[in-house]
Ligand binder design. Structure first.
Ligand code: BES
Ligand code: ZN
Length: 628
């Protein structure tokens, strides 16, 4: 049905500009994707003016210099512009630009405007009639790039390079319009020392070419228009292992078997995802398991998901991460938030989709338990910031991830679970699949998904009232129709946590049999204040400090540090020296800093040693926590 009133209706008139519109479900991607020109689609974090002139293709020729920790070379850009427009504005964050020329090699004038913290500066190029321009440049302190020393790798012999583009970091090594609503095809030729192998988030058809100077050249192509934050690179002493007909994994040689074993379910996950919401449209699905310095759990770089090694637990208990990054091949990479205020369209929809894949592959019990953990995360955040906080709306008021992931990820997922529970799975799945199909290779906003639900899902006024769609998207807190997780999911473990709380009774045999989700639940539910003897009892009984499951180890260390448990400091120090994943690193430093005269000197001492080993993403957060 259609509601001809209000905000959503005003925006449902999709204003797209020109070119090869794709609305076809199974068809090929358009070479030039449309942009949105509505006010709600505007990206405040980019200087680009795509309605005037925009980049449609990026061709990179870059050399990786590990000694100088510099990438240098050229970026050739294809541009389309409105008639009479002779300036194109790109995003530039610290690039060293040598020359900018047109297709004939004629120099073009350019200016770099004032730097805005975290956003970089506008690079305005006077292009005249030129619609193909070449920028020669280098990038030395690129925040996206992490250059690892050999000691930071498992092999210890060769350096390593990894990138992280989302959200606004790719402008530190690629001169383009770095906005998720401006999709671009791209290609790259990358040269690197011949002992290293280069991978990117594009397909590679050819064997690397061996050059005279002891280097090799690798070529990549992404022929589907993607948001530029999805251009990614890694280079190191890495090998490949096939997992299935269209999937495989890269990692350092010493880790490849463990990585492949943990990723055994990948091909089944792709099949399950396709069965849920339609064809996987990207060709291959490969992954790279990076060194532990990688700042995130995973990053959905197309055809090459980047993964932390900390998800390897030996028992596939943390592979929800893989389901998540795979699901982004639809929510995020195919249909992309037009700007970061609507990142729930990427992360919330993906978290919902992730749980559906987990249900298919591992069954309902595990899926329900993971959903219950996710619901507890929402409740914790709401308890902390209050249900009126504007940041608890799915459509974020500002472009910052200041209150963590529970809103855009978990509340986003519970929004879709709630809709599913009201309309039923069959109708919901058909709706979500058409959403992906009809917006494939295009940006989207909250207003658009709301209008789409109203048009293509909601049956009548009564159902509309029951759904509270607008409340879910724009309101704060949790609407009262939320489909709460099944309380049975953790019945046993919650009883065990109560027994520990009330009588300090610890059932170590039960713990041994629990799933990882159950263990995580237990560690979250037991009292936050424990004394030294109680902590020692927990550690001894549950072998927490020796855990090879990094999620469990992290929860234990956080609890221990919050209680000034001295005996946990050495393990913490080892963990913080080994792992650079922000989700683990930042809360451990925070726990120490919260412990005044006991914890602060420990935090400062450890951070002085480990800071250099972290990616700028992790450094940025921890710098704000560990001061002085
Ligand atoms: N796309 C995100 C990572 C990201 C988000 C990078 C925002 C920069 C800004 C990725 O898909 C993700 O969500 N990773 C999670 C894993 C997950 C299972 C929730 C992570 O890294 O922990
Ligand atoms: Zn994600």
């Amino acid at each position: 049905m259609r509601f001809s009133r209000g905000f959503a209706a005003a925006f449902s008139l999709l204003l797209v500009s020109a070119c090869n519109m794709s609305g076809d479900a199974g068809g090929d991607a358009p070479k030039v994707a449309p942009i949105l020109t509505t006010e709600d689609a505007k990206d405040d974090q980019s200087f680009a003016q795509p309605e005037l002139a925009r980049v449609t293709h990026v061709d990179l020729e870059l050399d990786l210099d590990f000694d100088k920790q510099t990438v240098s070379g050229s970026a050739m850009l294809d541009i389309i512009a409105e008639k009479g427009v002779d300036i194109v504005v790109l995003d530039d964050d610290g690039l060293k630009i040598e020359t900018i020329t047109d297709a004939d090699g004629k120099p073009l004038d350019f200016t770099v405007g004032e730097v805005v913290e975290g956003k970089g500066a506008p690079l305005s190029i006077t292009m005249g009639d030129a619609r193909e321009i070449t920028i020669t440049y280098s990038a030395s302190d690129a925040a996206a790039l992490q250059w690892l020393s050999p000691e930071q790798t498992a092999g210890g012999k060769h350096p390593y390079l990894l990138s992280q583009g989302q959200a606004t970091l790719n402008r530190t090594w690629i001169p383009t319009q770095d906005s998720p609503g401006i999709r671009q095809t791209w290609a790259a030729r990358i040269t690197a020392p011949d002992e290293l192998t280069v991978v990117m988030s594009g397909l590679s058809e050819d064997e690397p070419e061996t050059l005279d100077d002891g280097r090799r050249a690798f070529t990549f192509e992404m022929d589907k228009p993607v948001a530029p934050y999805l251009i990614a690179i890694a280079a190191g002493d890495i090998v490949f292992k096939e997992l299935g007909p269209r999937s495989g994994v890269w990692s350092e040689p010493s880790m490849i078997d463990a990585a492949a074993a943990e990723l055994t379910d990948t091909e089944a996950m792709i099949d399950a995802a396709e069965k849920l919401y339609g064809d996987y449209r990207w060709g291959r699905y490969d992954m790279i398991v990076l060194p532990p310095a990688f700042p995130y759990g995973g990053m959905e770089n197309p055809v090459m998901t980047f993964l932390t090694p900390t998800f390897i637990a030996g028992d596939r208990s943390l592979t929800g991460l893989v389901a998540h990054e795979l699901a982004h091949s639809w929510s995020g990479n195919l249909v992309t938030n037009a700007n970061w205020t609507d990142s729930w369209l990427n992360e919330g929809v993906t978290s919902y989709f992730e749980n559906r894949i987990v249900e298919e592959i591992y069954g309902k019990k595990r899926a329900d338990q993971e959903a219950a953990l996710s619901f507890a995360a929402i409740e914790d955040t709401l308890a902390e910031v209050g249900t009126d906080d504007p940041g608890t709306a799915l459509h974020q008021p500002v472009n910052v991830d200041s209150i963590g992931s529970a809103i855009v990820y978990d509340k986003g997922a519970f929004f879709l679970r709630t809709v599913e529970s009201i309309v039923g799975r069959d109708r919901f799945d058909a709706w979500l699949q058409q959403w992906f199909d009809n917006h494939a290779f295009q940006p989207a906003t909250s207003a658009m998904i709301l209008a789409d639900m109203e048009e293509n899902l909601v049956k009548d006024e009564a159902e509309a009232e029951q759904l509270q769609l607008r409340e879910w998207i724009y309101g704060t807190g949790l609407p009262d129709n939320v489909a709460r997780p099944d309380p049975a999911a953790f019945a046993e473990v919650d009883a065990a946590a109560r027994a520990f709380s009330d009588k300090r009774k610890l059932d170590t045999e039960a713990w041994d049999k629990w799933t990882s989700a159950e263990r995580q639940r237990f560690l979250a539910k037991i009292p936050r204040k424990l004394n030294e003897a109680e902590l020692a009892g927990l550690d001894e009984g549950l072998k927490l400090s020796a855990s090879t499951n990094n999620e469990e180890l992290f929860l234990w260390l956080e609890l221990a540090l919050q209680n000034k448990y001295e005996a946990a400091v050495p393990t913490t120090e080892q963990f913080l020296a080994r792992v650079g994943r922000r989700k683990f690193v930042a809360p451990l430093f925070e726990a120490l800093m919260d412990q005044g005269a006991w914890g602060q000197p420990i935090a400062k001492r450890i951070y002085a040693k480990t800071r250099a080993s972290y990616h700028s993403v992790t450094q940025g957060t921890v710098d704000g926590l560990v001061k002085g």
